[in-house]
Design a protein around this ligand. Structure first.
Ligand SMILES: C[S@@+](CC[C@H](N)C(=O)[O-])C[C@H]1O[C@@H](n2cnc3c(N)ncnc32)[C@H](O)[C@@H]1O
Length: 334
C-alpha cells in the first residue's frame, strides 16, 4: 500500500498553489463575483484535508498513513459545510451562508476523492488494462522480440518461473514452443494477473500448465531449487540496487543448480549518440512509471554482477534498437 504524504501530496501542493494564486494574484485585480465568492471553495478538501489529517496523525487521532478514503472525505465535507454555511452566519455578522458554496465544496471533494482512490492503488494495477495497447503504440514489436529471443533455448526445461509476468505477453509463445513446460507466473499486481490469465485463455492455452501467484518479491518465498528456468522480462529494472539484490537472491534460491535465466531489459550503451538517446528514454520512462505506479527505482541498475554472484554466467546477449534493449541468456552449471 502506498503511503499518503499529507502536505507533500501532489494534489495538496497543487491546490495550495492555486489557492495562493487566486487569493493574492488574481483577486486584487478583479471584482468579478466568481473570483471573490467561489474560486477557492472547491479547493477546501484537496488543500485543507491533507493538512488536517496530518495534525490528527501527530495528535494520535489517525492511526495510519493511508490515502484519505470516502468516509473521511465525506465527514469533513459535511462538518465543514454545516460550520461554514449554517453555523458561522448565526455567529458572525460578516459571514453569509450560500448553499452554492456547498455545491463547490462537493465538486472539490469528488475530484480529490477520485484522485486519491486512483493514487492509492498499488503498483501497476492502474496501468494494467492499458498496458497492451500502450506497448503496441510506444514500442511496436521490439519488447516482444526480446522476450522471445531465447525461447528455443528453453527446450528440455520443465518448470519455468516468470517473475513480474505483467500482462503475460510471452506466455503463448513459450508454451507452444515447449510442450512439456509448466509455468508459474508471479506478479504483485492483481489486475496484471487478471489480464495475463484472460489473455492466456483467449489464446486457447492449456490453463492446467499455468499457475498464477499474486505476491510481491523479494518477500515472496518460492520453493527452493525448484525451477530449471527463470524469466524476468522488463522486471529487474523496477528495483533500486538494494532491493534488486534481494529479488535476485530470492529467485536464484528458487532456481535449480543448472538453471537457465532469460532476462529482457533496457540498457545503457557505452558511449555516443546511442547513449544520449538511451539516457533520455530512461529518464522519461522512469518519470512516467514513478508517477503512475510509484515505482521505487529512479534509474536502471544492471543486474549482471548480482547474477554472476549467484553462479550464473552470460551465455548469449542480443541487443537491439541502438543498444537500448537487450535479451540475455544466463546459465548456471549444475
Ligand atoms: C514493467 S512491467 C513488465 C511486465 C512484463 N514482464 C512485460 O514484459 O511486459 C513490471 C511488472 O512487474 C510487476 N512488479 C513490480 N514490482 C514487483 C514486485 N516487487 N514483485 C512482483 N511483481 C512486481 C508489476 O506489477 C508489473 O506487472
Amino acid at each position: 500500500m502506498r503511503r499518503f504524504r499529507y502536505g507533500l501530496d501532489p494534489l495538496c501542493l497543487l491546490s495550495c498553489g492555486l489557492y495562493a494564486a487566486c487569493r493574492w494574484l488574481i483577486r486584487p485585480h478583479t471584482s468579478a463575483v466568481f473570483w471573490h465568492s467561489y474560486s477557492t471553495d472547491y479547493l477546501f478538501i484537496p488543500a485543507a484535508l491533507p493538512l488536517m489529517l496530518w495534525v490528527y496523525r501527530r495528535l494520535g487521532l489517525r492511526a495510519h498513513d493511508q490515502f484519505p478514503d470516502w468516509p473521511e472525505i465525506g465527514l469533513h465535507f459535511v462538518v465543514w459545510s454545516i460550520a461554514a454555511e449554517g453555523v458561522a452566519p448565526l455567529l458572525f455578522k460578516s459571514a453569509t451562508g450560500d448553499w452554492w458554496d456547498v455545491v463547490t465544496y462537493a465538486v472539490g471533494a469528488v475530484i480529490a476523492g477520485g484522485w486519491w482512490t486512483l493514487a492509492s492503488r498499488p503498483g501497476f494495477d492502474l496501468l494494467a488494462p492499458h498496458y497492451t495497447w500502450m506497448e503496441k503504440v510506444l514500442a511496436g514489436p521490439r519488447l516482444q522480440r526480446c522476450r522471445t529471443a531465447w525461447i528455443d533455448e528453453l527446450a528440455g526445461t520443465r518448470r519455468l518461473l516468470v517473475a513480474g509476468v505483467g500482462h503475460g505477453p510471452a506466455l503463448a509463445a513459450v508454451l507452444r514452443r515447449n510442450p512439456d513446460l509448466r509455468v508459474t507466473c508471479v506478479d504483485a499486481s492483481a489486475r496484471m494477473l487478471t489480464v495475463a490469465r484472460r489473455r492466456a485463455r483467449r489464446a486457447g492455452l492449456d490453463m492446467s500448465r499455468l499457475e498464477f501467484v499474486h505476491a510481491s518479491l523479494p518477500a515472496w518465498r518460492p520453493p527452493e531449487a525448484h525451477y530449471d528456468a527463470i524469466a524476468t522480462h522488463f522486471f529487474l529494472d523496477c528495483f533500486p540496487p538494494r532491493e534488486l539484490a534481494a529479488v535476485i537472491a530470492t529467485l536464484a534460491r528458487a532456481a535449480t543448480p543448472g538453471a537457465l535465466w532469460v532476462v529482457s531489459d533496457f540498457a545503457l550503451p557505452a558511449r555516443g549518440p546511442a547513449r544520449w538517446r538511451a539516457r533520455a528514454v530512461h529518464k522519461l520512462m522512469y518519470l512516467f512509471f514513478r508517477l503512475t505506479t510509484g515505482l521505487p527505482a529512479r534509474r536502471l541498475t544492471p543486474p549482471d554482477t548480482l547474477l554472476a554472484a549467484h553462479g550464473f554466467r552470460l551465455q548469449q546477449r542480443a541487443t537491439q534498437d541502438w543498444g537500448l534493449l537487450h535479451a540475455d541468456l544466463w546459465g548456471r552449471q549444475g
